[in-house]
Design a protein. Structure first.
Length: 154
């Protein structure tokens, strides 16, 4: 399993790292984003969306739980990107009510999931993991660790 660690020193560098990471993604991929509040997860998602030429304003779906964006692949095909923020989820029924299970297992979209520990086992076995941590001394310095997890059963 290959692990990549990147240090960014500004919001724009975090967005750029997300944009570069976007080039690795394809339809069906799930990306779990881990990190404390303010770690830069949504900035990273903005970069992924920028890679796919999403024209909508990319914001955190803290209250809506799931945002949906439509972008374009480098080949010119349309692609749907789901951005889920599970911070306010307290039980599995909450996820089912917002259609998380249908969204996360759709094969024709990219799914970006913040706070994956609140998914109550509703994530696939194969996924990308993006772990973000901030530097206590400088709010803009981030360490981003990217790892691909592939199920042996996939």
């Amino acid at each position: 399993m290959e692990i990549e660690t990147i240090r960014t020193e500004s919001e724009e560098e975090t967005i750029l790292t997300g944009e570069q990471f976007g080039s690795k993604l394809k339809k069906g991929d799930v990306v779990v984003l881990e990190g404390e509040l303010g770690a830069g997860k949504t900035e990273f998602v903005k970069g992924v969306c920028r890679f796919f030429n999403v024209e909508d304003l990319v914001t955190s779906p803290t209250f809506t739980i799931i945002n949906q964006y439509v972008g374009e692949t480098p080949e010119g095909d349309s692609i749907t990107i789901y951005h889920a923020d599970l911070y306010r989820i307290e039980k599995q029924e909450d996820l089912l009510q917002v259609g998380f299970d249908d969204m996360v297992f759709t094969h024709n979209a990219i799914k970006l999931v913040e706070w994956p520990e609140r998914a109550f086992g509703l994530l696939p076995d194969s996924y990308w993991s993006v772990k973000m941590s901030s530097n206590d001394e400088n709010d803009f310095v981030r360490q981003i660790t990217i790892e691909r997890h592939i199920s042996l059963h996939a």
